[in-house]
Design a protein around this ligand. Structure first.
Ligand code: ADP
Ligand code: MG
Length: 170
């Protein structure tokens, strides 16, 4: 996954990260997969909660760290929220039944997804969160992997333009 990002966004507060999540939620379709990378406290769960709200989920979204996976069904699409931080052996991934989830007509969000790279689908939206200079500063890099998200690149660019970081790729 080492390639230049398709889009780069600067977030100066949780509200910015939430705005990014809502913009992405508006573009989500059945069978989308979103993979979140970045260190602990970078904002992956903050993003996921706002994505859920953007999808219309009314249930409280909690961190699935201890359960690995949570389902929310009150939004316009079912949301599957996975956190694979604790997975240290790839065979544990089998228990998550990922191929079935990818085809379940929902949206699958995977925190720490890059640690299970071989189990990711052909197409997904990758977001990496990096810490910036200030306590609340984050740099979000978006990569559209595979053909699934590619037709939505311009729509993403447009809706994220207010937060675009200098030097955004392409
Ligand atoms: P992760 O899931 O990546 O471990 P969390 O979303 O659980 O991270 O935690 C991120 C923490 O950082 C929250 O307490 C959040 O309020 C705070 N925070 C500060 N600035 C930002 C920002 N720009 N974007 C997202 N979270 C931020
Ligand atoms: Mg988290």
């Amino acid at each position: 996954m080492i390639r230049p990002p398709d889009l780069r966004v600067r977030s100066a507060a949780p509200a910015d990260t939430e705005a990014v999540a809502r913009a992405i939620a508006a573009l989500c379709r059945a069978d989308d997969v979103i993979v979140l990378g970045g260190d602990l406290g970078a904002g992956k769960t903050t993003f996921t909660k706002a994505l859920a709200a953007g999808l219309g989920v009314t249930e409280q979204v909690t961190s699935p760290t201890f359960t690995l996976a949570q389902q929310y069904t009150t939004g316009r699409l079912p949301l599957h929220h996975l956190d694979v931080y604790r997975i240290d052996q790839l065979d544990e991934v089998v228990d998550l039944a990922l191929p079935e989830l990818y085809e379940s007509r929902g949206v699958v969000v995977i925190e720490w997804g890059d640690t299970i790279a071989p189990a990711l689908p052909a197409s997904f939206l990758a977001l990496s969160f990096e810490f910036g200079d200030g306590d609340n500063d984050r740099l979000l890099e978006l990569r559209l992997i595979g053909p699934g998200w590619q037709p939505r690149l311009e729509a993403l660019r447009e809706s994220l333009a207010p937060l675009a970081a200098d030097g955004a790729a392409t």
